[in-house]
Design a protein around this ligand. Sequence first.
Ligand SMILES: [Zn+2]
Length: 430
Amino acid sequence: MLSILGANDIYTMKLKLLLFVSIILISCKSTQEFTGFSYDPPGVTNTTGKEVTPQHRRVIGVGEPKIWLSNEFESARAVDFYQIDDTTYEVLVEPENFPINNSPWYAFKIWADVPKAINLRLAYNEGRHRYLPKVYRSMGSLSAQHIITDAEFDSTNGTATFGLFLEREPQTISAHFLENSRYSELILKSRSFPQSYITVDTVGYSNQNRAILAFTVDESDVDQAGVLVLISRQHPPEFPGYHAYRSFFDTMIGDSELAMEFRKHFVIKAFPMLNPDGVVNGHWRHNAMGVDLNRDWQNFNQPETRAVRDALSPLVDDPTKKVYYGIDFHSTNENIFYPINEEIVTTPDNLTQRWYDVITEELPEMNFVAEEFDTSSPIAKNWIYRTFGSDALTYEVSDELPIDQIQKLGVHSAESLMRLMLEEWKSQNN
Ligand SMILES: [Zn+2]
């Protein structure tokens, strides 16, 4: 059978050629400007605004009697809905713009006027199926989930199809847990801390005018406190990383002896939601200007990254504070640490490598791996290193790690890091 190259194939070939050329350029000349990681689309480090296609919020009804699909809620992503045959229906999901990393976030509500068993197909423009579908009867608690593990993946067109029984009551289907992932809930939480040592400031506004919040935890009683910087949700779909961050943060602000001792020596500066526009609009990767924020930490073209830079930069000249460590929480297809190369000297040095040893020893079931990088890419971790000389980490949680395991990981990570940082602090100050 004759095959004719479609626009997608030509695009893929161009992409491969570009990647090939970039790899040669990088390997020939180490001082070459950073152009992207292997999983990045070309042009990712150009962080000036790009055109974004807005998603139309609507309710779509197909067939007779009708089956309904809605994307009228925060974090929803579904562009269109069709009937294919008597029992098969297709949801089309598109990114905010492209080229884009394959993080095809989807979320929609679906219901039927007359209960019916159907096959539901998830189809993607500019992407391929990646995340297991999670089904909610309502926007209920995290534990009310049902995860579809037997969807049939079609490798030729990147779609996934699964059986679903539709009722009059809407079910929510999404690539990631939606409950508590929403921006508005963070805003609510920011008003409810009972602890007097936690302050919440608006340090800037996103392109669509949503507050970029900074949580400062400070009850230090030393002349110079170490500062732990926490960043999360640069990439909208990466809920597992965000949820690990929350367990981590909650453990650090808790009333355990360890946490109280930690807070005598260390201040926490946390930026839990860097891309609220992307989260609210269900973006796959980018902010409202179509930019990958975690490639903007050199040019600072976007207000979200500038907000964090401007909030933290004064610490360089603050004799009462020393930025000690930074963690940027993400998710990907495995539990993985991306440390700064062991050879690069940071202050403290190789904290990540020591922490990694503790986590892999104490939580072997998490199968954590590590891959070190140099500091050339314009990402948050490297900006922290370049600005403060401290060690920093990109902390990636597996896309499909169960909720209870994410929480366990967050708690354990916080406890082990607090111990390690206290040891380091005491060894330096004795
Ligand atoms: Zn990410």
